[in-house]
Design a protein around this ligand. Structure first.
Ligand SMILES: Nc1ncnc2c1ncn2[C@@H]1O[C@H](COP(=O)(O)OP(=O)(O)OP(=O)(O)O)[C@@H](O)[C@H]1O
Ligand SMILES: C[C@H](N)[C@H](N)CCCCCC(=O)O
Ligand SMILES: [Mg+2]
Length: 234
């Protein structure tokens, strides 16, 4: 088994959905699995209750008891880029602290699934020009890339893969998320795989998160790659 990142070509592509789906899939294999969201932004206010979406989804759908305090590094109220959301609260993101948390989690879990915030080049520390990608490099963990299936995603996906390759980050596979089965979407996925022959899974556009987190990818080449331990050549 291994620890890895769930990264995306953008915000809102389905990283939390895929993190939660994979968490459940491997918890069912009796593995001790924890998700970790280093930085989340955008406090949600519902009636008299406020919460953060990503870590709330993890806890709601986990098949194991998760330690709330170890699911997240920083949470900022403004639904903005982490560097700006932190600035608005006069806070600074300490990247070393995040890397330490990821290290500690790996000691007590069979699988740690770290979810990025937005896309790769999201700034965490503007002063030092540190982005999420720098944290991924320093964590020395591989990634699973989540991408849309709709028009525009060929470019976004190839750019993201280019950035990962340039830093020798191992890509375990791609999740094409939100497929509605159109001809263009089918061609889009085929085209991306023509450029990069990677393990993958396709998740259809579903009605709601409850269905999503139970969508099985056990029949896919991505699942196979995640189950195998050897490092992949990508
Ligand atoms: N395959 C799908 N079918 C239907 N809805 C989906 C699908 N995947 C994701 N969603 C919905 O799209 C929204 C965005 O997904 P999600 O929160 O997982 O994105 P994200 O990449 O984690 O965003 P962020 O960058 O904020 O962390 C959520 O409401 C989620 O339930
Ligand atoms: C608020 C959103 N849901 C994410 N948490 C943060 C997305 C940051 C995107 C920054 C950018 O690429 O412009
Ligand atoms: Mg998310």
């Amino acid at each position: 088994m291994q620890h890895f990142w769930i990264v995306g070509t953008d915000t809102d592509v389905g990283k939390t959905a895929v993190t939660t789906l994979l968490m459940r899939q491997f918890q069912r294999q009796n593995l001790r699995v924890t998700p970790f969201k280093p930085v989340q932004t955008g406090e949600v206010h519902e009636n008299d209750h406020s919460y953060y979406y990503d870590t709330t989804v993890y806890e709601k759908y986990s098949l194991q008891v998760l330690r709330t305090e170890s699911l997240n590094g920083y949470s900022f109220k403004e639904a903005a880029s982490p560097h700006f959301a932190a600035q608005l609260e006069v806070q600074q993101i300490n990247v070393h602290y995040l890397l330490q948390q990821i290290q500690v989690l790996q000691q007590s879990n069979d699988m740690v699934i770290c979810e990025g915030a937005g896309g790769l080049f999201v700034p965490l520390d503007l002063q030092r020009k540190i982005t999420l990608l720098d944290v991924i490099v320093q964590s020395k963990l591989p990634v699973v890339l989540v991408t849309r299936t709709t028009l525009g995603t060929i470019n976004h996906t190839l750019l993201t893969i280019e950035a990962l390759h340039a830093r020798n980050i191992d890509i375990l596979g791609i999740v094409f998320n939100g497929n509605s089965g159109s001809l263009i979407e089918q061609d889009t996925m085929k085209t991306i795989l023509q450029f990069h022959d990677l393990p993958y899974a396709i998740i259809p556009q579903l009605q709601e998160i409850g269905q999503l987190v139970d969508y099985s990818i056990s029949h896919t080449s991505l699942f196979e790659r995640l189950v195998n331990d050897e490092t992949s050549v990508n």
